[in-house]
Design a protein around this ligand. Structure first.
Ligand SMILES: Nc1ncnc2c1ncn2[C@@H]1O[C@H](COP(=O)(O)OP(=O)(O)OP(=O)(O)O)[C@@H](O)[C@H]1O
Length: 592
């Protein structure tokens, strides 16, 4: 035990210790007729025992001529047996150091006027030792008390559950949070063997046998109606002589861990439907469908060309949904190396493969619990992973790589692709059953060339955005330029438009002119324009309307069955009038 000594032992501290020790030797001291002084290192008297009234008094104004002879190095001089200072043959003073933690704190002094009996030296030395011991003890007790108080407060305030076991595996302590997580009361826990409370007791007791503890292992506690999934770390507890005393366990509910990590890795969903600007009917219909879809938990598949705003709309759906306060976890399926897809999606347990992190890892699916998982570029998902993904979607559980326990997860999938999945299915690159699972609601974002009415609004948005960023007034743009932009085919869609407008805004002063645009735009001829405008989009032009209608039909019948065929509620949920719903039911031939 390290004695944590207060900076200067107070008079009160010393006096109390002195008083207690002197009281226990009072009879002896009475016979010896002695005065005793506790003297500071600077030679001032802290307190003294007066033989005539047998009392301990604090400080004295009495002149003490012998004080000047008490040297600060006296502890060295009297090392071993007690010694003193002789003034004459019979007179002198016995000086014994009072040491705390090997340091001289003060001196016990006993002046004598008659030649002392040799046992007096021994008795004074014994007294000084006793006082040292008494003070050291008191400091230790206070330190332990304080430490206990700190630890108690830390454990009570902790958001983590903790418990301790002794070397026999019996539970000796559990904090309040631990009892809450395990839904138990202290009477159910204390004194019980760890195996009576937890399964996997072998793993728990490992900590008593091995010299190392372990971190972040998963455990399941089975209750009559549910299973509590916790993550636990263990520390082996030994005493100063390295003898096993027991173990400490720290644990959290998995949902706390998930929330914490999800907060760190969740995409900051900045876009809402208000950020999606449009004038076209095409986009108005898409937004209407997306808003209705947002209010359901069904999977959504967004199929469209690159740069049309798939991520934008996915974020807007999340923010408009009941899951808006949960995480939005993005996975770009095209950027994860094939070997790591499974562990990235589902996580892994410790030791699952070479290079796996100690304690395992939580996967993206688990992190999306209570929120949305956005599978971008789903068309790039390897075939073998597609079946595992399908299983997770169907069972609403995941199993970590290397693990056995299925973990229930509450997620909503939004998948996006710029490939035409139906073509991929035909070429056997994508599973049909997975396609059906993802394609419950189908959103096809039209390419920019099919919604040229949106171009002026988007151009103004991007001019303002760039000007605001660069802290300068927004330049004007001529109608002629806008017409020209409407004529271009925009293979890179809104992203390409955004990049070009950023560039011309930077180049222009007061007005954006033709000369600011790249040649492939500024040199477009009206005749070319017409031809280009009419040219069909190889991927989307022919079937966009068909896909939209099929998605709308699906959404209406899903919502109807979800609301037990109640048409008023269905119309309300879809944000359309009852008559409009009846028209659509008729035209889609939906019967209840
Ligand atoms: N209607 C819109 N209103 C405002 N900005 C838009 C709109 N549509 C797209 N954008 C902007 O266009 C850019 C591209 O959008 P986003 O990244 O969502 O496209 P994407 O389809 O996911 O692209 P990719 O397929 O390459 O991943 C973004 O900067 C986005 O803010």
């Amino acid at each position: 035990m390290i004695v944590t000594k207060p900076p200067n032992l107070s008079t009160k501290y010393l006096t109390t210790a002195f008083e207690e020790v002197i009281t226990s030797y009072k009879t002896l001291l009475k016979d010896l007729e002695l005065n005793l002084y506790i003297v500071n290192r600077d030679h001032s008297v802290i307190c003294y025992f007066n033989r005539s009234n047998m009392k301990i008094l604090e400080q004295t104004n009495e002149p003490l001529p012998w004080l000047q002879h008490v040297r600060s190095d006296l502890d060295i001089a009297i090392n071993g047996t007690a010694k003193g200072i002789k003034f004459s043959k019979d007179k002198g003073v016995i000086v014994c150091p009072i040491k705390i933690d090997h340091h001289v704190e003060c001196y016990l002094c006993c002046p004598y006027e008659r030649k002392p009996n040799p046992t007096l030296f021994f008795s004074i030395r014994l007294l000084s030792k006793h006082i040292s011991f008494r003070i050291t003890n008191q400091i230790n007790m206070e330190t332990i008390f304080l430490k206990n108080k700190y630890h108690e407060k830390i454990c009570v305030a902790s958001s983590e559950g903790s418990f301790t076991i002794n070397k026999f595996g019996e539970i000796t302590y559990m904090n309040q949070k631990g009892l809450e997580i395990l839904e138990m009361e202290s009477k159910d826990i204390f004194g019980k063997h760890v195996s009576d409370i937890f399964e996997h007791d072998k793993q728990l007791l490992e900590v008593l046998e091995s010299s190392n503890g372990w971190v972040n292992r998963d455990f399941f506690i089975y209750k009559p109606n549910k299973r509590i999934h916790i993550v636990k770390s263990a520390i082996r507890l030994v005493d100063d002589r390295k003898q096993l005393v027991g173990g400490i366990f720290l644990f959290r509910e998995i949902k706390t861990v998930r929330n914490f990590v999800a907060n760190l890795v969740s995409t900051n969903t900045i876009y809402t439907f208000d950020d999606i600007l449009f004038e076209s009917n095409n986009m108005a219909e898409v937004i209407q469908l997306a808003k209705a879809a947002a209010k359901t938990d069904s999977s959504i598949l967004i199929e469209s060309e690159s740069g049309t705003g798939k991520e934008l709309i996915a974020q807007a759906i999340h923010n408009y949904s009941n899951r808006c306060n949960g995480p939005f976890i993005t996975i770009d399926c095209s950027s994860i190396p094939h070997d790591l897809v499974e562990s990235e999606l589902f996580g892994y347990v410790q030791g699952a493969f070479t290079g796996a992190k100690k304690g395992g890892n939580i996967g993206k699916f688990e992190l999306s619990h209570g929120g949305t998982i956005f599978l971008d570029e789903i068309g790039e998902m390897p075939l073998d992973m597609q079946s595992k993904l399908l299983r997770a979607i169907q069972s609403r559980t995941i199993t970590r790589v290397g693990g056995n326990d299925p973990i229930p997860v509450d997620f909503r999938i939004i998948a996006a692709t710029n490939r035409k999945l139906e073509n991929e299915i035909r070429h056997r690159n994508f599973r049909l059953d997975l396609f059906y699972r993802l394609n419950v609601i189908h959103i096809a974002l039209p390419p920019l060339r099919e919604r040229v009415e949106d171009i002026p609004t988007l151009v103004n948005l991007f001019i303002e955005k760039t000007s605001k960023r660069d802290n300068r007034p927004s330049p004007a743009i001529s109608n002629h330029c806008i017409q020209l932009l409407k004529s271009y085919r925009w293979p890179g869609n809104v992203r390409e438009l955004e990049n070009i407008i950023e560039r011309v805004t930077i180049l222009a002063n007061e007005e954006i002119q033709l000369k600011h645009f790249p040649k492939y735009i500024s040199e477009l001829q009206p005749a070319t324009l017409a031809v280009k405008e009419n040219k069909p989009n190889p991927m989307y032009d022919t079937d966009t309307e068909m896909v939209r209608q099929s998605a709308e039909r699906q959404l209406i019948s899903n919502t109807l069955s979800e609301l037990n065929g109640n048409k008023s509620l269905t119309a309300k949920k879809l944000g359309i009038s009852r008559s409009s719903l009846y028209n659509k039911l008729k035209s889609y031939n939906i019967t209840i």
